[in-house]
Design a protein around this ligand. Structure first.
Ligand code: COI
Length: 362
C-alpha cells in the first residue's frame, strides 16, 4: 500500500468545543480519504481538509444505494491518553457489510493506522468531559457515473470525525418505545446484518410516526411474522428477565453490534446468565404480566446503553422501574464508560492507543 499523503492546513485559532455537543453536528478540520479503481485497487490515501465532495449526478451510490458505513469512538482518558474502542471489530464488520453489496474490502491494519494518524492530527477536537467522545464515521460509496444497475467500478472511502455528546437529547433518561407491527426494518438473507444506508432509510417512517405519537423510537419485530423481537431503534436489544438475560440471536437480519458483543462478554464475566435466542413479543408481554420482566435496554456505539422506560405493544403498555434507568443498565453503562475513560483496566484488550506525536503542517 502507498504511503499516506498529508495535506494538513494549519489552524489559526484554537479549537473551542461548544458547551453542548449533541450528536453528529460538528466536524473536525481534516478527514482521511482513499480511492478504489479496478486497475490500482485501493490507492491515493490522503489526510486532507474536510470539504464538499465533487459528486457526479450519475454517481452510482446516489441511485442504487451501494454504500456501507461504520460508527466507532475515540476517547480522551483522564491520563491524557487517547484510545479507540474495538476498531478491529468495526472494520471487520465494515468488510462484512462491503462483501454483501459487492464493495471491495479494505486492508484493516492499514486503515486503522490511517485512523490513528488522523486522530493524532485532530486530537484537540477530542472532548475531555465524561459522556463525550470523538465519533468516527468511516464510509465507502460507489462513485463512478453510470446509470445501469450493477456494482460500481470506482469507490471512495472516507473517515470523518465528529466530537459528540449524548445521542438522545434525553441523555441517559429512559426512552419511550412503540413496538411496530406495521413496518419492518429488514428481512433475513437481506441486508439487516450489514451497516448500509438502506436499513436506516427503511426505518425512518416508522420512527417519524412513533415520534408523532409521543414515543422516542420503535422496537422492530422480525420481517416475516412480526413476532420475534429484533432491534430497538438503531440499537441491539436486551431483555432482562428474572432468571436470564436474553438478546435475540444473530439471524441474518440483526446487526452484529460491537457494543452488543461487549455487553455479552461483560455479563459472562459477571457470571450472569446471558442467552442469545429467539424471543417473541408475546413472551415479553407474558413475562411482564407475571412479574418476571425486570427491564429492557438497547446497546449501540452512539448511546452505549439506553434504558427502555416504557414499551407499548398494541393496546398493552409496559413500564419498567417507574420510568427510571434499570440497575443493570446503569451498571453496564458505568462499566463500559469506566473502561473508555481509563478508570478500569482494559482486561479484554478492547482499547487501541493512539500515539500522540508532533503534527507536521505542509
Ligand atoms: C449506534 O451507534 O447505535 C447507531 O447505529 C446509530 C448511528 C447510526 C447514529
Amino acid at each position: 500500500m502507498e504511503q499516506i499523503q498529508f495535506n494538513i492546513k494549519e489552524r489559526k485559532t484554537k479549537v473551542i468545543l461548544p458547551e453542548t455537543l449533541g450528536f453528529g453536528k460538528f466536524f473536525t478540520d481534516h478527514m482521511f480519504e482513499m480511492d478504489y479503481n479496478q486497475t490500482d485497487g485501493w490507492h491515493n490515501p490522503v489526510i486532507r481538509s474536510v470539504e464538499d465532495l465533487p459528486v457526479h449526478p450519475a454517481s452510482m451510490f446516489i441511485h442504487y444505494g451501494q454504500a456501507v458505513f461504520e460508527g466507532l469512538k475515540a476517547f480522551r482518558q483522564d491520563s491524557g491518553d487517547i484510545v479507540i474502542f474495538r476498531p478491529d471489530k468495526h472494520f471487520e464488520r465494515l468488510n462484512n457489510s462491503s462483501r454483501r453489496i459487492c464493495i471491495p474490502e479494505i486492508d484493516i491494519d492499514f486503515v486503522i493506522d490511517a485512523l490513528k494518524e488522523l486522530i493524532n492530527i485532530e486530537k484537540d477536537w477530542i472532548p475531555t468531559k465524561h459522556g463525550e467522545s470523538l465519533y468516527i464515521r468511516p464510509f465507502i460509496f460507489g462513485a463512478d457515473a453510470f446509470l445501469g444497475v450493477k456494482p460500481a467500478k470506482e469507490y471512495k472511502l472516507i473517515l470523518l470525525l465528529s466530537p459528540v455528546g449524548a445521542y438522545y437529547p434525553e441523555g441517559f433518561k429512559p426512552v419511550k418505545i412503540l413496538v411496530t407491527d406495521e413496518y419492518v426494518r429488514a428481512v433475513r438473507k437481506g441486508l439487516g446484518d450489514c451497516k448500509t444506508p438502506a436499513n436506516y432509510a427503511a426505518s425512518l417512517l416508522a420512527g417519524q410516526e412513533a415520534v408523532k405519537k409521543g414515543f422516542t423510537q420503535v422496537l422492530w419485530l422480525d420481517g416475516v411474522e412480526q413476532k420475534y423481537i429484533e432491534e430497538v431503534g438503531t440499537m441491539n436489544i436486551f431483555i432482562n428477565l428474572k432468571n436470564e438475560i436474553v438478546t435475540p440471536k444473530l439471524n441474518g437480519s440483526i446487526l452484529p453490534g460491537v457494543t452488543r458483543r461487549s455487553v455479552i462478554e461483560i455479563l459472562k464475566d459477571w457470571n450472569m446468565k446471558i442467552v442469545e435466542r429467539d424471543i417473541t413479543i408475546d413472551e415479553v408481554v407474558n413475562a411482564y404480566d407475571k412479574g418476571n420482566l425486570i427491564g429492557v435496554f438497547g446497546t449501540g456505539t452512539a448511546a452505549i446503553i439506553s434504558s427502555v422506560g416504557w414499551l407499548t405493544y398494541k393496546n398493552k403498555q409496559m413500564i419498567f422501574n417507574n420510568g427510571k434507568p434499570g440497575e443493570l443498565d446503569l451498571k453496564l453503562f458505568n462499566e463500559l464508560t469506566s473502561l473508555h475513560y481509563g478508570m478500569k483496566n482494559d482486561t479484554h484488550n478492547w482499547l487501541t492507543l493512539v500515539e500522540q506525536k508532533e503534527v507536521v503542517v505542509s
